[in-house]
Design a protein around this ligand. Structure first.
Ligand code: NDP
Ligand code: KPL
Length: 297
Protein backbone atom coordinates (compact mmCIF):
# COMPACT_ATOMS: atom_id res chain seq x y z
CA UNK A 1 0.00 0.00 0.00
CA UNK A 2 1.45 3.37 -1.00
CA UNK A 3 0.25 6.94 -0.95
CA UNK A 4 0.05 8.17 -4.53
CA UNK A 5 -0.82 11.72 -5.61
CA UNK A 6 -1.58 12.28 -9.27
CA UNK A 7 -0.89 15.92 -10.12
CA UNK A 8 -2.74 16.90 -13.30
CA UNK A 9 -5.60 14.41 -13.74
CA UNK A 10 -6.00 15.05 -17.48
CA UNK A 11 -5.55 12.46 -20.22
CA UNK A 12 -2.37 10.75 -18.97
CA UNK A 13 -2.99 11.54 -15.29
CA UNK A 14 -6.37 9.78 -15.50
CA UNK A 15 -4.85 6.68 -17.09
CA UNK A 16 -2.09 6.64 -14.45
CA UNK A 17 -4.73 6.98 -11.71
CA UNK A 18 -6.73 4.18 -13.30
CA UNK A 19 -3.66 1.93 -13.24
CA UNK A 20 -3.03 2.73 -9.57
CA UNK A 21 -6.71 2.03 -8.80
CA UNK A 22 -6.64 -1.26 -10.73
CA UNK A 23 -3.87 -2.62 -8.51
CA UNK A 24 -6.28 -2.38 -5.57
CA UNK A 25 -3.28 -1.79 -3.31
CA UNK A 26 -2.88 2.00 -3.07
CA UNK A 27 -4.40 5.14 -1.65
CA UNK A 28 -4.73 7.56 -4.56
CA UNK A 29 -5.47 11.30 -4.51
CA UNK A 30 -6.04 13.43 -7.59
CA UNK A 31 -4.61 16.96 -7.51
CA UNK A 32 -6.38 19.21 -10.01
CA UNK A 33 -6.58 22.96 -10.52
CA UNK A 34 -10.35 22.94 -10.96
CA UNK A 35 -13.05 20.47 -9.98
CA UNK A 36 -13.70 18.23 -12.98
CA UNK A 37 -16.56 16.47 -11.14
CA UNK A 38 -16.45 12.73 -11.72
CA UNK A 39 -13.67 11.34 -13.92
CA UNK A 40 -13.90 8.24 -16.08
CA UNK A 41 -11.63 6.39 -18.47
CA UNK A 42 -12.97 4.65 -21.56
CA UNK A 43 -11.07 1.89 -23.36
CA UNK A 44 -11.82 2.19 -27.08
CA UNK A 45 -11.03 -1.48 -27.72
CA UNK A 46 -13.32 -3.02 -25.12
CA UNK A 47 -15.64 0.00 -24.59
CA UNK A 48 -15.07 -0.53 -20.85
CA UNK A 49 -15.82 2.60 -18.81
CA UNK A 50 -14.13 2.90 -15.41
CA UNK A 51 -14.97 5.64 -12.93
CA UNK A 52 -12.00 6.96 -10.97
CA UNK A 53 -12.73 6.57 -7.28
CA UNK A 54 -9.95 8.76 -5.86
CA UNK A 55 -10.80 12.01 -4.08
CA UNK A 56 -10.10 15.17 -6.07
CA UNK A 57 -8.32 18.15 -4.52
CA UNK A 58 -8.43 21.52 -6.22
CA UNK A 59 -5.75 23.42 -4.31
CA UNK A 60 -2.39 22.65 -2.69
CA UNK A 61 -3.89 23.97 0.60
CA UNK A 62 -5.99 20.77 0.74
CA UNK A 63 -2.94 18.46 0.69
CA UNK A 64 -2.67 16.60 4.00
CA UNK A 65 1.11 16.08 3.80
CA UNK A 66 3.90 14.67 1.64
CA UNK A 67 3.20 11.58 -0.47
CA UNK A 68 5.40 8.57 -1.15
CA UNK A 69 4.70 8.84 -4.88
CA UNK A 70 3.78 11.81 -7.03
CA UNK A 71 2.72 11.04 -10.60
CA UNK A 72 3.15 14.37 -12.36
CA UNK A 73 1.07 14.61 -15.55
CA UNK A 74 0.66 18.31 -16.24
CA UNK A 75 1.92 19.54 -19.60
CA UNK A 76 5.62 20.52 -19.53
CA UNK A 77 4.83 24.25 -19.64
CA UNK A 78 2.39 23.83 -16.73
CA UNK A 79 5.06 22.43 -14.39
CA UNK A 80 5.79 25.76 -12.70
CA UNK A 81 2.04 26.23 -12.20
CA UNK A 82 2.02 22.95 -10.26
CA UNK A 83 4.81 24.16 -7.94
CA UNK A 84 2.39 24.57 -5.01
CA UNK A 85 1.30 20.94 -5.21
CA UNK A 86 4.88 19.72 -5.63
CA UNK A 87 5.97 21.73 -2.60
CA UNK A 88 3.14 20.31 -0.46
CA UNK A 89 3.61 16.71 -1.67
CA UNK A 90 7.37 16.29 -1.91
CA UNK A 91 9.98 15.50 0.68
CA UNK A 92 13.38 13.87 0.04
CA UNK A 93 11.99 10.31 0.29
CA UNK A 94 9.21 11.03 -2.25
CA UNK A 95 9.56 9.83 -5.84
CA UNK A 96 8.11 12.11 -8.49
CA UNK A 97 7.45 10.27 -11.73
CA UNK A 98 7.52 12.86 -14.51
CA UNK A 99 4.91 11.50 -16.93
CA UNK A 100 5.69 14.08 -19.57
CA UNK A 101 6.95 14.21 -23.11
CA UNK A 102 10.33 15.69 -23.89
CA UNK A 103 13.90 14.90 -22.89
CA UNK A 104 14.37 17.45 -20.09
CA UNK A 105 12.25 15.91 -17.31
CA UNK A 106 14.79 16.24 -14.51
CA UNK A 107 15.86 19.84 -15.29
CA UNK A 108 12.18 20.80 -15.52
CA UNK A 109 10.84 19.11 -12.40
CA UNK A 110 13.71 18.89 -9.89
CA UNK A 111 13.70 22.63 -9.01
CA UNK A 112 10.18 22.23 -7.55
CA UNK A 113 10.58 18.82 -5.90
CA UNK A 114 12.17 19.56 -2.49
CA UNK A 115 15.06 17.13 -3.15
CA UNK A 116 12.66 14.29 -3.93
CA UNK A 117 13.81 11.64 -6.44
CA UNK A 118 12.67 12.59 -9.94
CA UNK A 119 12.07 9.59 -12.19
CA UNK A 120 11.78 10.59 -15.86
CA UNK A 121 9.16 8.59 -17.73
CA UNK A 122 8.47 8.03 -21.42
CA UNK A 123 4.76 7.67 -21.90
CA UNK A 124 3.63 5.46 -24.77
CA UNK A 125 -0.08 5.87 -24.16
CA UNK A 126 -2.54 7.39 -26.60
CA UNK A 127 -5.15 9.13 -24.48
CA UNK A 128 -7.67 11.66 -25.71
CA UNK A 129 -10.01 13.89 -23.71
CA UNK A 130 -13.39 12.95 -25.20
CA UNK A 131 -15.82 14.94 -23.08
CA UNK A 132 -16.16 16.64 -19.71
CA UNK A 133 -14.45 14.36 -17.18
CA UNK A 134 -13.86 11.67 -19.82
CA UNK A 135 -10.64 10.33 -21.27
CA UNK A 136 -10.49 7.64 -23.94
CA UNK A 137 -7.52 5.32 -24.34
CA UNK A 138 -6.93 4.87 -28.05
CA UNK A 139 -5.34 1.46 -28.48
CA UNK A 140 -3.31 2.39 -31.55
CA UNK A 141 -0.26 1.79 -29.35
CA UNK A 142 -0.02 -0.62 -26.43
CA UNK A 143 0.04 1.41 -23.25
CA UNK A 144 3.54 1.40 -21.82
CA UNK A 145 5.60 3.65 -19.59
CA UNK A 146 9.38 3.39 -19.94
CA UNK A 147 11.60 4.40 -17.02
CA UNK A 148 15.35 4.11 -16.47
CA UNK A 149 16.50 0.75 -15.12
CA UNK A 150 17.61 1.15 -11.49
CA UNK A 151 16.13 1.10 -8.00
CA UNK A 152 13.55 3.91 -8.54
CA UNK A 153 12.41 2.42 -11.84
CA UNK A 154 12.08 -1.03 -10.29
CA UNK A 155 9.99 0.33 -7.41
CA UNK A 156 7.74 2.16 -9.86
CA UNK A 157 7.28 -1.05 -11.86
CA UNK A 158 6.29 -2.82 -8.62
CA UNK A 159 3.90 0.02 -7.74
CA UNK A 160 1.79 -0.52 -10.86
CA UNK A 161 2.41 -4.26 -11.24
CA UNK A 162 -0.73 -6.10 -12.27
CA UNK A 163 -2.59 -3.04 -13.59
CA UNK A 164 -4.04 -3.93 -17.00
CA UNK A 165 -4.10 -0.28 -18.14
CA UNK A 166 -0.34 0.25 -18.18
CA UNK A 167 2.81 -1.80 -18.44
CA UNK A 168 5.97 -0.30 -16.87
CA UNK A 169 9.16 -1.20 -18.75
CA UNK A 170 12.71 -0.62 -17.51
CA UNK A 171 15.19 0.61 -20.09
CA UNK A 172 18.95 0.55 -19.75
CA UNK A 173 19.64 3.21 -22.43
CA UNK A 174 17.12 5.85 -21.39
CA UNK A 175 18.69 8.60 -23.54
CA UNK A 176 18.06 6.59 -26.69
CA UNK A 177 14.53 5.65 -25.64
CA UNK A 178 13.67 9.26 -24.73
CA UNK A 179 14.97 10.65 -28.04
CA UNK A 180 13.14 7.97 -30.00
CA UNK A 181 9.89 9.09 -28.37
CA UNK A 182 10.82 12.77 -28.73
CA UNK A 183 11.28 12.22 -32.47
CA UNK A 184 7.71 10.90 -32.72
CA UNK A 185 6.50 13.91 -30.75
CA UNK A 186 8.40 16.26 -33.04
CA UNK A 187 6.68 14.60 -36.02
CA UNK A 188 3.31 14.99 -34.26
CA UNK A 189 3.98 18.75 -34.21
CA UNK A 190 2.98 18.70 -37.89
CA UNK A 191 -0.55 17.65 -36.85
CA UNK A 192 -0.76 20.72 -34.63
CA UNK A 193 0.59 22.96 -37.39
CA UNK A 194 -1.92 21.62 -39.92
CA UNK A 195 -4.78 21.34 -37.40
CA UNK A 196 -5.38 17.79 -38.64
CA UNK A 197 -5.19 14.25 -37.27
CA UNK A 198 -2.97 11.43 -38.59
CA UNK A 199 -4.72 11.60 -41.96
CA UNK A 200 -2.32 14.46 -42.69
CA UNK A 201 0.61 12.00 -43.08
CA UNK A 202 -1.15 10.44 -46.10
CA UNK A 203 -0.15 13.53 -48.10
CA UNK A 204 3.17 12.89 -49.90
CA UNK A 205 4.36 16.46 -49.21
CA UNK A 206 3.68 16.17 -45.47
CA UNK A 207 5.31 12.73 -45.41
CA UNK A 208 8.42 14.27 -46.99
CA UNK A 209 8.38 17.09 -44.43
CA UNK A 210 7.97 14.56 -41.59
CA UNK A 211 10.94 12.61 -42.89
CA UNK A 212 13.13 15.74 -43.01
CA UNK A 213 11.98 16.70 -39.49
CA UNK A 214 12.69 13.21 -38.16
CA UNK A 215 16.12 13.19 -39.83
CA UNK A 216 17.20 16.50 -38.27
CA UNK A 217 15.78 15.46 -34.88
CA UNK A 218 17.76 12.21 -34.98
CA UNK A 219 20.95 14.16 -35.83
CA UNK A 220 20.42 16.23 -32.66
CA UNK A 221 19.59 13.03 -30.76
CA UNK A 222 22.91 11.45 -31.77
CA UNK A 223 24.78 14.60 -30.67
CA UNK A 224 23.03 14.19 -27.29
CA UNK A 225 24.26 10.60 -27.02
CA UNK A 226 21.33 8.61 -28.40
CA UNK A 227 22.08 5.53 -30.47
CA UNK A 228 19.64 6.32 -33.26
CA UNK A 229 20.83 5.90 -36.86
CA UNK A 230 19.50 8.13 -39.64
CA UNK A 231 17.63 5.10 -41.04
CA UNK A 232 15.32 5.21 -37.98
CA UNK A 233 13.59 8.24 -39.53
CA UNK A 234 11.70 6.08 -42.06
CA UNK A 235 10.51 3.72 -39.32
CA UNK A 236 9.28 6.56 -37.10
CA UNK A 237 7.44 8.34 -39.89
CA UNK A 238 6.03 4.93 -40.80
CA UNK A 239 4.31 4.79 -37.38
CA UNK A 240 2.29 7.89 -38.31
CA UNK A 241 1.58 6.71 -41.85
CA UNK A 242 0.19 3.45 -40.49
CA UNK A 243 -2.06 5.17 -37.91
CA UNK A 244 -5.81 5.21 -38.32
CA UNK A 245 -6.60 8.62 -39.87
CA UNK A 246 -8.60 9.77 -36.82
CA UNK A 247 -5.78 9.31 -34.29
CA UNK A 248 -4.50 12.59 -32.86
CA UNK A 249 -1.84 13.78 -30.48
CA UNK A 250 -2.01 15.69 -27.21
CA UNK A 251 -0.50 18.76 -28.89
CA UNK A 252 -3.19 18.62 -31.58
CA UNK A 253 -5.95 18.38 -28.96
CA UNK A 254 -4.63 21.55 -27.35
CA UNK A 255 -4.39 23.27 -30.75
CA UNK A 256 -7.99 22.36 -31.59
CA UNK A 257 -9.14 23.60 -28.19
CA UNK A 258 -7.22 26.90 -28.52
CA UNK A 259 -5.01 26.09 -25.52
CA UNK A 260 -1.35 26.83 -24.94
CA UNK A 261 0.88 24.29 -26.72
CA UNK A 262 3.70 22.15 -25.37
CA UNK A 263 5.79 23.37 -28.29
CA UNK A 264 9.07 24.06 -26.52
CA UNK A 265 9.47 20.66 -24.80
CA UNK A 266 8.57 18.71 -27.97
CA UNK A 267 9.76 20.80 -30.94
CA UNK A 268 11.60 23.84 -29.57
CA UNK A 269 14.08 21.53 -27.87
CA UNK A 270 15.22 20.16 -31.26
CA UNK A 271 16.03 23.66 -32.47
CA UNK A 272 17.61 24.77 -29.16
CA UNK A 273 19.87 21.74 -28.82
CA UNK A 274 20.59 21.69 -32.55
CA UNK A 275 21.97 25.22 -32.25
CA UNK A 276 24.07 24.20 -29.26
CA UNK A 277 25.66 21.39 -31.31
CA UNK A 278 25.91 23.37 -34.57
CA UNK A 279 23.43 21.03 -36.29
CA UNK A 280 21.11 22.62 -38.87
CA UNK A 281 17.40 22.15 -38.12
CA UNK A 282 15.70 23.82 -41.12
CA UNK A 283 12.27 22.22 -40.63
CA UNK A 284 12.18 23.04 -36.91
CA UNK A 285 13.34 26.60 -37.70
CA UNK A 286 10.04 27.11 -39.53
CA UNK A 287 7.77 24.86 -37.47
CA UNK A 288 8.77 26.06 -34.00
CA UNK A 289 7.88 29.77 -34.44
CA UNK A 290 4.55 28.73 -36.02
CA UNK A 291 3.69 26.46 -33.07
CA UNK A 292 4.83 29.13 -30.62
CA UNK A 293 2.63 31.70 -32.36
CA UNK A 294 -0.35 29.32 -32.38
CA UNK A 295 0.23 28.78 -28.67
CA UNK A 296 -0.04 32.51 -27.93
CA UNK A 297 -3.83 32.23 -27.82
N1 NDP B 1 -2.39 12.52 -24.14
C1 NDP B 1 -1.53 11.67 -24.64
O1 NDP B 1 -1.90 10.77 -25.42
C2 NDP B 1 -0.08 11.72 -24.28
C3 NDP B 1 0.46 12.75 -23.52
N2 NDP B 1 1.78 12.68 -23.15
C4 NDP B 1 2.37 13.72 -22.32
O2 NDP B 1 1.80 13.63 -21.02
C5 NDP B 1 1.82 14.92 -20.40
C6 NDP B 1 0.39 15.25 -19.96
O3 NDP B 1 -0.39 15.37 -21.15
P1 NDP B 1 -1.96 15.17 -21.18
O4 NDP B 1 -2.40 14.27 -20.13
O5 NDP B 1 -2.30 14.87 -22.59
O6 NDP B 1 -2.41 16.65 -20.84
P2 NDP B 1 -3.86 17.16 -20.36
O7 NDP B 1 -3.94 18.58 -20.77
O8 NDP B 1 -4.92 16.22 -20.82
O9 NDP B 1 -3.76 17.04 -18.80
C7 NDP B 1 -3.05 17.94 -18.01
C8 NDP B 1 -3.85 18.12 -16.76
O10 NDP B 1 -3.10 18.91 -15.85
C9 NDP B 1 -3.99 19.84 -15.26
N3 NDP B 1 -3.24 20.93 -14.71
C10 NDP B 1 -2.63 21.96 -15.34
N4 NDP B 1 -2.03 22.78 -14.46
C11 NDP B 1 -2.28 22.26 -13.24
C12 NDP B 1 -1.95 22.67 -11.92
N5 NDP B 1 -1.27 23.78 -11.68
N6 NDP B 1 -2.36 21.91 -10.89
C13 NDP B 1 -3.08 20.78 -11.12
N7 NDP B 1 -3.44 20.34 -12.34
C14 NDP B 1 -3.04 21.08 -13.39
C15 NDP B 1 -4.90 20.23 -16.40
O11 NDP B 1 -6.04 20.89 -15.90
P3 NDP B 1 -7.07 21.65 -16.85
O12 NDP B 1 -8.06 20.61 -17.24
O13 NDP B 1 -7.61 22.71 -15.96
O14 NDP B 1 -6.31 22.19 -18.02
C16 NDP B 1 -5.19 18.85 -16.98
O15 NDP B 1 -6.19 18.18 -16.26
C17 NDP B 1 2.35 15.89 -21.47
O16 NDP B 1 3.72 16.08 -21.29
C18 NDP B 1 2.09 15.14 -22.78
O17 NDP B 1 2.96 15.51 -23.83
C19 NDP B 1 2.58 11.64 -23.47
C20 NDP B 1 2.10 10.61 -24.23
C21 NDP B 1 0.76 10.61 -24.74
C1 KPL C 1 0.33 9.51 -28.36
C2 KPL C 1 1.60 10.21 -28.80
C3 KPL C 1 2.69 9.17 -28.92
C4 KPL C 1 1.44 10.82 -30.16
O1 KPL C 1 2.46 11.72 -30.46
C5 KPL C 1 1.96 11.27 -27.81
O2 KPL C 1 2.98 11.21 -27.20
C6 KPL C 1 1.07 12.45 -27.59
O3 KPL C 1 -0.09 12.44 -28.03
O4 KPL C 1 1.53 13.38 -26.93
Amino acid sequence: MADIAVVGPGAIGSVAALAAQQTGRHSVTLCARRDPGALRVVDDLTSTVTELEAPILTSPDQVAGPAEWVLLAVKAQQTDGAAGYLDALCKPSTTVVALQNGVEHIERVAPYANDAHVLPAIVWISAEPTGPGEVTIRNNISSMIQVPAGPDGEEFARLLEGAPAVQVALVSDFTTAAWRKLTTNAIAGLMAAAGKRAVVYQRPDVRELALALATETLAVARAEGAALPESEAEALVGIFEAMAPDIGSSILFDRLAGRELEWDARNGVVRRLGRRHGIPTPVSDVLVPLLAAASDG
